[in-house]
Ligand binder design. Structure first.
Ligand SMILES: [Zn+2]
Ligand SMILES: [Zn+2]
Ligand SMILES: [Zn+2]
Length: 349
């Protein structure tokens, strides 16, 4: 950032060997001592990156393919969630209600609660805006006041100012505040406005999958056909004897598995599917929570080495999960989301 600080104070200097250029933010003509593709306006604070103005808009095919891919993933995910819920009801309910009616009612209420939380947070993360920047005046002095566009850059795709810590998403075709990443599975960006829904959805999936796994194991144990042993003998203590006993047990389980009913097969599938989804989503959730704790986002982590970070700590997690009118938000003066905009940050310099 030292180099950036040197670069930025070139506004209206009066050297003979100068390079004239115009600030995109306030329209003032700037005079740079030396040519620099990236510079910051001393009046409005906007950052100009002349390399980025050369970028071309995305082709129609590119945008079309990303839209189709996102909608396909969202549809598959909705059907998968509905399948798990209905298969779970069909596979587990008869077993649980046969054991105890009150146990069945508790299980019924829990599945309704988990299903509603999972599907509603998925829909909120998927179909709500990820956090579009507010429209602010730009392009002419004195409409843009002193420091009016501090650390703003210009988005060549949207043709309007891009706030610090915002990124342009080529799939959503818009700039997103505090963008974390574009998630094809929700068909939307994860940004300041829906990040909390996304995290709640991940938590709901992990809790829901754990419950499905445990209940399918429990029901599977009850519907599993009784094991038929051949000549199982537990006499002797040698390794060979232990191996033969193990073989006998495996053979008994395999032969009884052949007698499994359709309900038993569905329960086994659900147990494996829920366990794999749970492990995958738990890793993603842990990674997300770690970045929130660090005061960073995934996209900042991979695209910008010099972006100033918030101080890492539990206060980041508290602020992220705080209610909209909590004391935290009042003191931190955050915007319309779970995370605040850091106006002192600059992505390009
Ligand atoms: Zn300017
Ligand atoms: Zn944009
Ligand atoms: Zn996006």
């Amino acid at each position: 950032m030292d180099e950036a600080a040197v670069k930025e104070e070139h506004y209206a200097s009066s050297t003979s060997e100068n390079h004239k250029t115009t600030c995109w933010g306030c329209g003032l003509q700037l005079v740079l001592e030396t040519y620099s593709p990236v510079f910051k306006c001393g009046w409005c604070g906007a950052i100009t990156d002349q390399c980025k103005t050369l970028r071309k808009p995305d082709s129609v095919c590119f945008s079309w393919w990303r839209r189709v891919r996102d909608r396909l993933f969202v549809t598959i995910l909705i059907f998968f969630m509905l399948f798990v819920i209905s298969a779970g009801v069909w596979g587990v309910y008869p077993v649980v209600f046969a054991i105890s009616k009150s146990f069945g009612i508790v299980h019924c209420l829990l599945t309704i609660f988990l299903s509603i939380i999972t599907i509603s947070t998925f829909c909120l993360a998927s179909f709500s805006s990820a956090g579009a920047p507010a429209n602010i005046p730009w392009g002419s002095y004195p409409v843009v006041g002193k420091d009016g566009l501090e650390n703003y850059t210009f988005c060549v795709y949207c043709s309007k100012p891009k706030p610090p810590r915002a990124h342009h998403c080529r799939s959503c075709r818009m700039c997103v505040l505090d963008m974390d990443h574009h998630c094809p599975f929700i068909g939307n960006c994860v940004g300041s406005a829906n990040h909390r829904y996304f995290i709640t959805f991940l938590i709901a999936v992990v809790v829901g999958c754990t419950y499905v796994f445990l209940m399918t194991l429990y029901a599977g144990f009850h519907v599993w056909p009784p094991l038929q042993y051949g000549n199982l003998t537990l006499s002797g203590s040698s390794t060979a004897s232990a191996i033969s006993v193990l073989k006998e047990i495996v053979a008994a389980v395999a032969s009884s598995a052949l007698l499994l009913s359709a309900r038993g097969l569905v329960l086994i599938y659900l147990a494996f599917a829920s366990l794999s989804v749970e492990i995958g989503i738990a890793v993603l959730l842990w990674q997300q929570l770690y970045w929130i704790y660090e005061g960073n986002t995934y996209i900042n982590q991979i695209t910008s080495q010099n972006t100033p970070r918030r101080e890492a700590g539990c206060h980041n997690l508290l602020r992220f999960f705080g209610c909209p009118h909590s004391i935290f938000r009042v003191f931190l003066g955050s915007g319309n989301s779970g995370k605040s905009q850091d106006r002192s940050s600059t992505k390009l310099l």
